[in-house]
Design a protein around this ligand. Structure first.
Ligand code: XLS
Ligand code: NI
Ligand code: NI
Length: 435
């Protein structure tokens, strides 16, 4: 049975096309800076927003029209996998991501849940081989069930901590079974509501211990993966421990985890933290920790995690610029952690929304490549920081100066000559690349 019977494999047709079901900018094999677009972009489909969402919001029930539910939960789970792989391959994507609870029914016990996961991951493995697609990352949902109301690896309850460890172990086992490239930790409820009842030190130490156990376990089964932390400042907890890229890096450095962990950054989470997405990417890049991205954007008027499909070429250009300057993000990728709007309730909207996101990223890639080729931004930087390329500036960079020597230099200065940044002009020229 087909879940998207009127949709063929999506092809590149260019901007002239009148076909809604075609890429207008994303041309997978087209070379950009000598590399096919698909290798720069490494697009990934997210199981949760695509398959498990129903379009409900705090004010109303679901609206999405979906047709995979059966009486038997395992049959339903297999139907969902079928629909997911049909969409994945019709969109011409090569990667996907999921949480444990997305793919298999949780049953009555942890043991039953794990058995269900074994059945469904066997099924997914067959599909992966058939269609030649890869697991970008998997993760464990340790935030939805009531047992996690005080967190998972930062819970006050040691049994919940142990339960979380079991879920993480299973995630790593599944990652090995499916040849996963990364494992993600989004600290859903790893945070606190009030300091009046919180031992921050113990909670952070426990979380770090859990991460170390995860690394040790992956090593012990010879599974070489990149671990990723996904920062987010709020929602659901008032204060999340992985607030933003800089906060996550401080944690990784404190606990000596930087060799094994990088960051999975998400557009909407950056906005929630009061940052632009490119700021978060730049922070990660500066710390050599840019691992992967969750592509979405915020409805800026609303101010919560709306997870909209990215359709803003200004943002995707700056995003792709950071990725290009990072030398790519392999083994990470661009995962569409995005959901269709409540009003886009037809099955085919899943296709159209992803085409929109992929086209917007393709435009961002092409614009960023041109900016890089023209050295537009690097020329701006060279000009702005030229005082550090010779004389006293060069000495400072080389670490040859002291407070005494600089003081002597400053006392002999006749005048300090400043230069304008011409920032409005720079922004205007940047706009010329957004075609
Ligand atoms: C939630 C997060 C979540 C992670 C995976 O806001 O974005 O979807 O990506 O747990
Ligand atoms: Ni995410
Ligand atoms: Ni999110």
């Amino acid at each position: 049975m087909s879940y998207f019977p009127n949709v063929d494999k999506i092809k590149y047709e260019g901007v002239e096309t009148k076909n809604m079901y075609a890429f207008r900018h994303y041309n997978p094999d087209e070379l950009v800076l000598g590399k096919p677009m698909k290798e720069h972009l490494r697009f990934s489909l997210a199981f949760w927003h695509t398959i498990t969402e129903d379009g409900s919001d705090p004010f109303g029930v679901g609206t999405y029209q979906r047709n995979w539910d059966e009486k038997d939960p395992i049959e339903t789970a297999k139907n969902r996998v079928d629909a997911f792989f049909e969409l994945l391959t019709k969109l011409n994507m090569e990667y996907f991501c999921f949480h444990d609870v997305d793919i298999a029914p949780q049953g009555e016990s942890l043991e039953e849940f794990f058995n269900n996961l074994d059945i469904i991951t066997d099924y997914i493995k067959e599909k992966m081989e058939e269609h030649n697609v890869n697991l970008l990352w998997n993760t464990q949902n340790m935030f939805s069930h009531p047992r996690f109301l005080n967190g998972a690896s930062t819970s006050n309850n040691a049994d919940v901590y142990a339960y979380s460890a079991a879920q993480i172990k299973k995630t790593i086992d599944i990652s090995k079974k499916l040849g996963g490239k990364n494992v993600v930790f989004w600290g859903g409820r790893e945070g606190y509501e009030t300091l009046l009842n919180t031992d921050m030190s113990l909670e952070l130490d426990n979380m770090a211990k859990m991460f170390k156990m995860a690394v040790d376990y992956a090593n012990s089964i010879n599974h070489d993966i990149q671990f990723l932390i996904e920062p987010k400042p709020k929602e659901p907890m008032t204060h999340q421990y992985d607030y933003d890229a800089a906060t996550a890096m401080a944690f990784l450095q404190k606990y000596d985890l930087t060799d094994d962990f990088k960051l999975n950054l998400e557009g909407n989470h950056a906005t929630l933290a009061g940052h632009t997405f490119e700021h978060e990417l730049r922070v990660a890049r500066t710390y050599n920790a840019l691992g992967s991205i969750d592509a979405n954007h915020a409805e800026k008027m609303l101010g919560w995690d709306t997870d909209e499909f990215p359709t803003n070429i200004y943002d995707t250009t700056l995003t792709m610029y950071e990725i290009l300057e990072n030398g790519g993000i392999e083994p990470g990728g661009i995962n569409f952690d995005a959901k269709v709007r409540r009003t886009s309730f037809e099955m085919n909207d899943l296709v159209l929304a992803h085409i929109a996101g992929m086209d917007t990223f393709a435009r961002g890639l092409k614009a960023a490549a041109k900016i890089k080729d023209d050295k537009f931004i690097s020329n701006v930087l060279d000009e702005k920081y030229k005082s550090f390329t010779h004389g006293i500036g060069q000495n400072i960079v080389d670490g040859k100066e002291t407070l005494e020597s600089l003081s002597e230099y400053a006392l002999n200065l006749k005048e300090i000559k400043l230069e304008s940044s011409h920032i409005e002009h720079i922004k205007s020229v940047f706009n010329d690349y957004l075609t």
